[in-house]
Ligand binder design. Sequence first.
Ligand SMILES: [Zn+2]
Length: 253
Amino acid sequence: MIDLNDDQLLRYSRHILLPEIGIDGQQKLLSSHALVVGVGGLGSPISLYLAASGVGRITLCDHDTVDLTNLQRQIVHNTDSIGQPKVVSAREALARINPEVVVDIIQERVEGVRLEALVSSADVVIDATDNFATRHAVNRACVKFRKPLVSGAGVRFDGQVAVFDLRDETSPCYSCLFPEEGDLEEMRCAVMGVFAPLVGIIGSVQAAEALKLLMGVGQPLAGRLLLLDALSMQWRPVKLSKDPACKVCGVAL
Ligand SMILES: [Zn+2]
């Protein structure tokens, strides 16, 4: 475990004061590696909170560049970063908040063996993408390497968030809930309206769940999907169970 120096004892003092976290929990964060796939509306609060909280190593993946239309909700980026790769812009923002954190950036749509290598090296995987193809690829890799997956999505005023703790063989996976062959309507933020704080709320829940998983604190949001209607500000929990016929996790791997 990493010994905390005087500056770290101050920087993380409000975590250390929490009996559920303490020095032990903070040390766990400092020695952890989080993989964040997508640095947009969800990835912004996720990466900001993970860095501020002292997660020792954060890998950010996103192929895209910052556009003026992103800035209404993608709060890790700013007006000066328009045209920059999102991962570069985000790394600069995270370094300003916490220069101690190592931020690795990958400016591509990760898939295949590259994605598998990233997932296998992470302690927690956070899905902050906006398309089903990447969500399913990330889920498959998390099932294969038995990594906890924190999944979130948000469009218009509707959000959803769930944890699939795939370290547990009885856990459902993302595909149990949304099968790959399903004809779900793809609702991409690129063409849909998005209420700015919606992705902030959902991304913040994802950050909280990732930190809890890394420290082993509390009960993870596992086996439950939370649906948020931000117009009425109502949260609705849906119990999830493993689909024995799931093509990703239901068959012998
Ligand atoms: Zn499954």
